[in-house]
Write a protein of this length. Structure first.
Length: 414
């Protein structure tokens, strides 16, 4: 495949990483907003992430089968259109002031993202030499992080700043009219997102992309048991806890930063600092991931970042004020290279089975539903600050995965 075609294909795929990162990160804006609109506790509000990331668990393997049937390009277009449909569900959900309908919209939106994730991640890995796969995936994920940096700013300006929740003190109570007005603030932004996704689907459909094999070449490959590949199994658990930790922190960040012992800022102001958290991931992926991964050992960088994340989360638990605030925000920098590096290490050596392996790994994103729920239960029981011990334990497991792949970098079979 000519290098210029690979570069162009990578550019198109990168736009997909941006869009699903943008839509996913807006959940952090929805969390404090819907919590107040529907008068929910932390556990009830975390249904936002449970339903969203639950879609990955339910649909990932089906998405892998879809790719084998119709190919990467058609699957990507399908995913974008499903995302657009999910975004449009927010309009009646806001108009009817219905939390269950909001959750339905999030499930459909995440279903589209699931298809994109299963298709785009292995596509990027396949677009070039295996030795630079981590670097390519980190580059694409960097634009995903760019989206997560932009999304909180967008949400703060075009959603929270137009609501009573976003411009009031943390303990403010909404009346019925204010609840309806705050919900309505979501309609126009999500209608615009739906339109943009539909346009992007048309662009992808009209673009000539390289064809990458999606079927096993031999009967032995077709009958191969993916669970024999230990890197894949351990990597799936690592993806589960990584996404869970990343989402848990982002989920609770606005409430954490606006709490009395940290800063007492408004939710709208805290949304700006949310961009710092996600911006750290963007910076790390551009600088360490896309550039450094070409020359450094991916598993060693992964292990070092896990150690730093554990220290920073621990500091945010025991400290207060600016020190605690900046400690938790800097965890975003540690997150930067984790997902693409874990993914590339986990699918190494799978060959034509990479698509199926990708389905398993994307299914593991369900950790973004389970881990935040565990943290929310702990927050309701023992307090928000103490609950950050949950993501700290998650980073501990990823450190173990990094050590295993560093000791034995070869593809592992049971």
């Amino acid at each position: 495949m000519p290098a210029r075609h690979q570069t162009f294909a990578l550019g198109v795929l990168t736009s997909l990483f941006f869009m699903w990162g943008f839509c996913t990160c807006l959940n952090d804006i929805l969390f404090p907003l819907l919590k107040k609109i529907f008068v929910l506790n932390y556990t009830e509000t975390t249904l936002i992430q449970f339903v969203f990331f639950g879609s990955y668990f339910v649909l990932s393997l089906a998405a892998a089968k879809l790719i084998e049937r119709v190919g990467y390009k058609a699957a990507i277009v399908t995913g974008l259109l499903v995302m657009a449909a999910g975004s449009l569900v927010f309009i009646p959900a806001a108009g009817g002031l219905s939390y269950p309908v909001f959750l339905c919209g999030l499930f459909v939106l995440a279903g589209g993202i699931t298809v994109l994730q299963v298709a785009a991640n292995p596509y990027v890995v396949a677009l070039g030499p295996e030795r630079t796969a981590s670097a390519r995936l980190n580059l694409s994920q960097a634009f995903n992080s760019l989206a997560t940096f932009v999304a909180p700013v967008f949400g703060g300006v075009f959603i929270l700043s137009r609501t009573k929740v976003g411009t009031s003190a943390a303990g403010a109570v909404l009346n019925e009219a204010q609840r309806a007005a705050d919900a309505a603030a979501l309609q126009l932004p999500y209608a615009g997102i739906a339109l943009l996704l539909a346009v992007l689907a048309a662009v992808v459909w009209l673009t000539k992309l390289p064809v990458i094999p999606v079927q096993p070449k031999t009967r032995q490959e077709a009958n191969d048991n993916l669970w024999r590949h230990k890197n894949l199994v351990m990597g799936a658990v690592a993806i589960f806890v990584y996404v869970g930790a990343e989402v848990s922190i982002g989920n609770m960040l606005i409430n954490y930063l606006s709490s009395p012992h940290i800063s007492q800022m408004t939710a709208a102001a805290a949304a700006g600092y949310l961009s710092v958290y996600w911006g750290g991931a963007m910076l790390g992926r551009f600088v360490i991931g896309a550039a450094g991964m070409r020359y450094l050992t991916p598993s060693k960088i992964l292990a070092d970042n896990c150690v730093a994340a554990v220290v920073l989360v621990g500091l945010s638990i025991v400290a207060s004020g600016p020190l605690a605030m900046w400690a938790i925000l800097l965890v975003g920098l540690c997150n930067s290279i984790m997902f693409p590096t874990i993914f590339a290490l986990a699918v190494k050596g799978l060959g034509p089975l990479t698509g199926r392996g990708s389905g398993v790994l994307i299914m593991a994103i369900f950790g973004g539903a389970v881990v935040p729920m565990l943290q929310a239960l702990l927050a309701d029981a023992l307090g928000l600050t103490v609950s950050f011990v949950v993501p700290m334990l998650c980073y501990g497991y990823i450190w173990l995965f990094a050590l295993k792949t560093f000791v034995d970098p070869r593809p592992m079979l049971a």
